[in-house]
Design a binder for this molecule. Structure first.
Ligand SMILES: N[C@@H](CCC(=O)N[C@@H](CS)C(=O)NCC(=O)O)C(=O)O
Length: 230
């Protein structure tokens, strides 16, 4: 795989500029220490890629690896997480980590219907309803909080070191509160003090901190001071 200047890149993530569905894999690649390239495309670039036939299922993100292209954000997470040593060796522990990854991925289903709401006030109301006591995201975030409460190690799945569950939870949870989703404001996080504690833990991990320190304002939610945590 050759870059613009003929430079050989071992791994290349292709996605839009936003964190979206690629940020967890980007973070894992950074933690892995392998050489990687972050290729950002706009909608025209996406259309060209789609027409070229390189996208296995017609969507982004993809990762180009020395062995070929991989699609589906969670496949990217698992692959790059393995490169970074974030996949536990023990199969049971790994399955418990995967369980969390899949549960967190399911949050998309709660949000999906709100994307189709055209009226802004209606959209905001529908999103806010997700976070009222008993709303589907309130329930989801409390469940994750209770998982975190059980951790003796500080890592979400109670692993000895960081796992892909931590990466998934960190990226997917706090991205929600970046302001890019109308109606989802950062003050809603005050209802989940354990999640703020988790944010503090992850954002202050030296490797995570170093990565986000050099990223743009769109990624402010991943920085240590983002929510004025404890
Ligand atoms: N299940 C896929 C979904 C990918 C997906 O929906 N990608 C969006 C960008 S966030 C996309 O490519 N949209 C282009 C389109 O819908 O035409 C994954 O998790 O990677």
């Amino acid at each position: 795989m050759k870059g613009r200047d003929g430079v050989f890149f071992m791994h290349e993530i292709v996605y839009f500029a936003s964190p979206g569905l690629a940020e967890s894999a980007r973070l894992c690649l950074e933690l892995s220490g392998v050489e990687w390239k972050n290729t950002v495309v706009d909608w025209d670039g996406y259309s060209e890629l789609k027409a070229s036939g390189i996208l296995p299922y017609g969507y982004l993100p993809i990762i180009k690896t020395p062995s070929g292209v991989i699609a589906e954000s969670n496949a990217l997470l698992r692959y790059t997480g393995a490169l970074a040593g974030l996949e536990p060796d023990d199969l049971h522990v790994r399955a418990k980590v995967d369980e969390l990854v899949d549960v967190i991925n399911g949050w998309r289903d709660h949000f999906m219907p709100t994307f189709g709401i055209e009226d802004l006030d209606e959209k905001i109301a529908a999103r806010q309803a997700l976070f009222v006591e008993g709303g589907s995201m309130d329930v989801a975030l409390k469940l994750i909080s209770s998982v975190y409460a059980e951790s003796k190690t500080g890592w979400l799945a109670n692993t000895a070191s960081m796992s892909i569950a931590d990466v998934k939870a960190f990226v997917d949870t706090f991205m929600l509160f970046s302001g890019q989703f109308d109606g989802v404001t950062k003050d809603l996080l005050d209802q989940y003090p354990l999640l703020l504690q988790f944010h503090d833990w992850m954002a202050n991990d030296e490797r995570v901190k170093a990565y986000f320190a050099k990223t743009d304002d769109m990624r402010w939610v991943f920085k240590p001071e983002a929510f004025n945590t404890i």
